[in-house]
Design a protein around this ligand. Sequence first.
Ligand code: MLT
Length: 397
Amino acid sequence: MKINENYLNLKDSYLFATVGRKTAAYKAAHPDREVIRLSIGDVTRPLAPVVIEAMHRAVDEMSRAETFKGYGPDQYCYGYEALIDSVKGSYARKGVQLASSEVFISDGAKSDCGNILDIFSTDNTVLVPDPVYPVYLDTNIMAGRKIVFADATEENGFLPMPDESVKADIIYICSPNNPTGAAYTVEQLEQWVAYAKKNDAVILYDAAYEYFVSDTAHARSIYQAKGAKECAIELCSYSKTAGFTGVRCGYTIVPEALVRGGHSLNKLWARRQSTKFNGVSYITQMGAAAVFTEEGERQIRENIGYYRKNAEIIAGCLDSLGIWYTGGKHSPYLWFKCPFGMDSWTFFDYLLENAAVVGTPGSGFGKNGEGFFRLTAFGTHENTERACGRIAALLRK
Ligand code: MLT
């Protein structure tokens, strides 16, 4: 037998595994020091009460023969209609109309980001921004696809626009962006849509952070851009919207109008999912279906407001230190220039050693991330304030 040798082209470990290992080593060496983690974008607020109530109800249903559920309905690849309808409702409020057959329920955007590649040939060329969420890159390295980069830099505000001289078949866009926190406007996305159509390409749009968009000029969905249904798949998740990182639920939109090589991508994805996936648990789906109810939206917006406040605290700290940054406004991430001209990992070590604060080195997201650093606003107020106090004290020295 032969292994998939493409795996040998990957870096030794996933970025957050390296951060975790370094943090554990520091803790082992300094057991008395309290380490504050503002690295991986993991949420800290509990689930909204409506979600908990809906999940309790679903657990009770599972306890009675009359209401017990086994596999989900196969009509929509195991997505329950109540959840699909609520996703459609949330899109309708953004001005986007979807059919039920276009909404696929999954266990989150990360898995679907990797899985969606099953329906595309490995001969395709992939365009990813640099810096980038490592999953887009690593999943394509695993498949052996050719990868080209769109440079996101300080000069373009970390929002690269299409370069007509580059030919790509699959285009990744994440907005609001992970890791930089920068967000595209609808008009900017329309330029990407025009480019994708010209190249007969497909955009894979990661909208995981859309609930952090705080005005109407910035896009919450690629489908707000005209013509996007003919060239884009959108991946989204309840993780950052509703604190589901430990629950696992998301959705992927594959429009019926999306056709390549004479074939419906919606049909290919439905075939892939019904073959390789048995759906998300009923209890989880019922919890998720409560998120986009009126009360659910009110409650999740309270949590998002809580994280926004953290972003303001971090932004205030960076402002007071005169450090350049993006993000924080439409995003839970703040992306800033490492002080004293340090490279990203040197600053990571410096911050850990001297302030016991863990962030994420920008270079872990690509070459253009070198010299930058990411902090997450998903921590608690208390930890965010204490971390900023320590950072300010250290960098003011
Ligand atoms: C991050 O910190 O970049 C994210 O939490 C990772 C993820 O969502 O998988």
